[in-house]
Each structure stands twice: as C-alpha cells, then as structure tokens.
Write a protein that binds this ligand. Structure first.
Ligand SMILES: [Zn+2]
Length: 561
C-alpha cells in the first residue's frame, strides 16, 4: 500500500560531496528532504485513508482500527519515534451521553403558573455530567447577559451574585460583535468569550446548576436546525475521573421566541435587556422564575486513540514543534428504507487530506540529513468531529509539557483549488506564528489574508484551539482567496460548491479536478515554517490583547503545563 520513497543517497555519492564542502551537501540534502513532499505520495495516502474500506474513519469502528494501524506503520517506516513512551497510540477515553428526547422545560412563576416548552422545537437540553438522571428542580432563573468574566476587558457579568444551584440565561457571541464597536472585545471578530463552550464553562465555574443560551442565527453563526440535529442522539464527551461533576447539570439552548416568551412572563423586554448587556457588564439578577426539567440519559463508554510520532531534536529535544491533523470523520450511515447508494462519509478532503499532508511533511523531516535542534512531533487526533475531543485529551495529558511546546501547525482540509496568491489565516491577528507564515509565504510570492468571517469563530472550531487554551500558539492557515490562474471569483465559487455539495456529506471524495500541486505548495510552506521554528530559539507569543496571551505568560513563567 505504502509508497515509501527511497531517501537514502548512495553512500559513495554522499561521501564525495562531503569531501568537497559541507554546505552544498546540506543544501542538497535539504532539497532531497523537501522532494519527499510530492503529489503522487499525497494522493496515494489520501486514497488509502478515504477508501471505502476505511469506512469513513469513525472513532471506535473497524475504520478506526485500519486507520490507526496505517498511521502507525507509516511513522514506523519513516523511522520516527513513538510519541507516547514506547507507543504511537494515546488512549482517548470517551463517554457518550444520550438524552431521552421525551422531556420538556417547565418554567414556573411566583404565582405557581407553569409554562412548558417542547424539546427539539422550542428548547434543546442535555447533560455534561455523566449520570443517568440530571434534573433541575425549581432552579431559580438568573439573567447574566453575555455571561462573561474577562478581566483583561474589565468585564464581569457575574459580579455580585451567587448563582449556586441556579440556572443562568446567557447570550451567544460577545459584545464586540453585538455592537460592532472595535473598542469592545475584538470588535466584529469573535473572541473565545463568544463561544457557547465558554458560556457553559463559565457557568460551571460560577457553580450554576443549569445554563441556557439564547439562540440567534447571526451571532451563533448557524441556524436552529444545527442545534436541534446536533443535540439529538449520543453526545460524545471525554471521560474524566470526576465524570464531569464540575460541569453544569443541564445545559442547552432556547429558541429566540422561547426566550422572548420567558422574558415576557418575567415582565422583562428581551431586546432591551440584550441591548443593555452589550454596552457594559450587567448587574445580574434573578428573574423571579424557576426552571424544572428531568433529563434521563443512556451512558456508554469506549476508547478511541490519537496517533503520534516524534523526530527527536538534535540540540534541544525537550522542546517541541508540533504538526497536527484530525484523522476521524463520520463513518458510514445506515441506509433508511428505500435509500440506495453510498453512505460512506469518506472525508477525502475533511480530513484525509490534512492527515495525508502531515504524513508527507513527516517523511520530509525524517529524510533530513540531521534532525532540527528542537523535536518535531506529528499528531493525528481522534474525535474532532465530535467536539475536538482527541486534541482535548492530548492537551490534558500532553506528551511534552505545554510550556515546552513552542508552537505548530494544524491542518484541517488542504487546498486543491489551485495555487494561490495568498494564504488565509483563520484567527488572524492571533500570534507571531503569523509573522513566520508571512515571511515564508513571501518566498512563494504569497501574502497573508485574514479569514473572511472572523465573527463565526472558526479559530475555536478545530483542534489547534485546545492548544490555544493551554497557551500554545498553533497556526491554522489554508488555501487562499485569489487563485493565480483563475482569480478571486473562482475561489469563492468553488468553496461555496464544496460547502453546498460535499462538506460533511458522503460526496466528500477525491475529485478528478483536484490541483495536487497547489496542495503540495502549501505543504512545502508548512514544512518550511516548522523547520525554521524547530531550528530557532524563538518562542512565538500571542499578540498584545489576545485572550490566550496571559495563559502563555503564566505557563512559560511557571513549571505547570
Ligand atoms: Zn475537519
């Protein structure tokens, strides 16, 4: 299966060159290493990972077993060392929680009137706590606006109130987006404080029993259907020793109309409250209403795996530069009655391409005549599609401490449209990793371009984010906006076509018209960035004002992770 490329120069040839001068030999050897990244190898790897035999690479399926053994074999053949002690595999313990949809949210007022809201159409509810029963029993509703505690923005929506055992009602996104005021948070660009995951985490830190987020399509970046479809069925979580008892009991979303109704009952005007909450931290207060819900869960536990390999550094092996890509996808769906055809989610682009690209880069590093000064790691993570769980597990138990992890590159979908004049940076304005990218991209005549829709918070929606939360700056850059041969309109059109016709669908397969040279150019760029970082003393920092900068400062100053 593997096209393991010969990268050992004939002995006599090597010796000859070294006799003349070391410098050209090194250059020649570096070129030989780079030549390992090429279209045929890339396509072959994608074909394997995205094959029907691999069944769409669902965690805990036969497809996982095939994927793990393929990746491990590749790393082994390249001569790379196992990342986790003597193993290439890191266990990722998962637990799935499936809520019985037969439930409703009851809101009662002081007079004892009860209003009921239907699961699915009016509210979505679920649990993080791993427990068969998670009930709210007349839990007091508290309005907390955006539910943000951000000292660097001098913002605290929880000041002066104790929400222990209560249920908080929260707005999605952040005040910068709501007001479009560049002085508030990061203006139109979403900060982590705007993500729903943050809202639940903060509510739990405050001791709340329940957390309900008000849905609005624009600030959430997706419609109610995504919340409803995504919330039903088994929800995967990382299995933790405390069974997530430090999280809220009940979490979920309120349809905007549902929220409006609840605010009406409380004698409050939702739109007015929202406008007020966007201007400054609010004074949170009790709405005089009580929430009751009975959530019955089916719990299942299983293990999936990350796969990782290391090229040990020649001078400072304890410092790590990391490449990462998620190997998992959605597997194979059941045929419903009368349906025919292919229900395998091959995920050729998402993310067989990124995983294959990482292997190509790994092979190039393995072919270097001498290893870079710092160690270089290659991490294929699981369960990205279930909520970035493999990378979360790695971040909780990293092979190298986070304060020894210098930075890196995440690859989630390569660019096959064509060679670009630019490179798009997701989470632009984040860290000095961008400066490295800009300098290396310039050598290809390329500039860097911020992502078009920073308000959608894509930076928080792939695996690099779990590293950011621990302070490590990981670059997430892909493709471009202006195709060298076909211009800008072509790129917009083709991207829209992918999203409409292939994204997260069984049709995400290898395409006849893929421009593999374009993908290889990006991979060479990524190789150059990692190589340069691995041979330097640089510690790329988050830019001033970024929400992860303080975490990095503390991490580098201390001995913790
Ligand atoms: Zn992906």
């Amino acid at each position: 299966m593997s096209t393991f490329k010969s990268r050992v120069l004939p002995f006599t040839f090597c010796t000859l060159i070294v006799l003349f001068t070391a410098e050209p030999a090194n250059l020649q050897a570096a070129d030989d290493a780079l030549s390992q990244i090429e279209t045929a190898g890339l396509l072959e790897r994608i074909s394997t990972l995205a094959s029907d035999e691999f069944g769409g690479r669902a965690p805990m399926s036969e497809g996982e077993r095939l994927t793990l053994s393929y990746l491990e074999k590749q790393f082994r053949e390249m001569g790379l060392k196992p990342m986790f002690g003597d193993s290439y595999l890191q266990a990722v313990p998962l637990v799935s929680i499936e809520a019985n949809p037969d439930m409703a949210l009851s809101i009662s007022d002081m007079e004892g009137n009860v209003h009921s809201y239907a699961y699915g159409t009016e509210v979505m509810l679920g649990s993080s706590q791993v427990s068969e029963k998670n009930d709210l029993n007349r839990s007091e509703l508290v309005w907390v606006g955006y539910g943000i505690v951000a000292p660097e923005y001098d913002w605290n929506d929880y000041a002066g109130i104790n929400v222990k055992g209560k249920t908080v009602i929260i707005l999605v996104n952040d005040p910068g987006y709501a007001t479009q005021n560049p002085e508030l948070f990061n203006g139109n660009s979403m900060t982590y404080y705007g993500r729903w995951t943050y809202k639940y985490e903060e509510a739990a830190r405050q001791g709340a029993a329940g957390a309900l987020i008000i849905h609005q399509t624009a600030p959430a970046a997706y419609g109610w259907n995504v919340i409803e479809d995504g919330g039903k069925g088994p929800q995967f979580n990382l299995a933790r020793e405390n069974d997530n008892m430090d999280q809220v009991k009940a979490k979920g979303w309120l349809q905007y109309e549902t929220a409006k109704d609840i605010f009406d009952i409380a004698g409050m005007d939702l739109d007015e409250m929202m406008a007020e909450a966007a201007q400054a931290s609010i004074k949170p207060y009790s709405m005089g209403l009580f929430a009751t819900v009975n959530i019955n869960n089916t719990i299942q536990r299983a293990e999936s795996y990350n796969v990782g390999a290391i090229l040990p550094g020649s001078a400072r092996p304890e410092e790590l530069v990391i490449y990462m890509a998620h190997w998992d996808h959605f597997g194979t769906s059941q045929h419903e009655n009368g349906q025919e055809g292919d229900f395998i989610f091959n995920g050729a682009e998402d993310n067989a391409s990124g995983t294959a690209g990482m292997l190509e880069i790994a092979q190039a590093f393995a072919a270097l005549p001498s290893a870079p000064q710092r160690s270089v790691g290659f991490l294929a993570v699981t369960a990205e599609e279930s909520g970035l769980l493999g990378s979360k597990a790695y971040a909780a138990k990293p092979a190298y401490p986070m304060n020894k992890t210098v930075g890196g590159i995440n690859m989630d979908r390569l660019n096959f449209l064509g060679k670009m004049n630019d490179v798009v940076v997701v989470g632009h304005g984040g860290s000095e990793m961008e400066n490295l990218l800009a300098e290396e991209a310039r050598k290809f005549g390329r500039t860097i371009t911020p992502e078009a829709t920073p308000e959608k918070g894509y930076y928080y929606r792939s695996d690099h984010f779990n590293f950011a939360k621990k302070g490590v700056p990981i670059l997430y850059a892909r493709g471009g906006t202006v195709d060298r041969d076909h211009g800008a309109g072509y790129v917009t059109e083709r991207n829209a076509d992918y999203v409409k016709n292939r994204y997260h669908s069984p049709a995400d397969e290898i395409q006849e018209d893929w421009d593999l040279d374009a993908a290889v150019e990006d991979l060479v760029l990524f190789f150059n960035i990692g190589k340069r970082l691995a041979d330097s003393n640089d510690w790329p920092q988050w830019f001033e004002g970024n929400e992860f900068r303080a975490i990095r400062d503390a991490s580098l100053a201390g001995s913790g992770d």
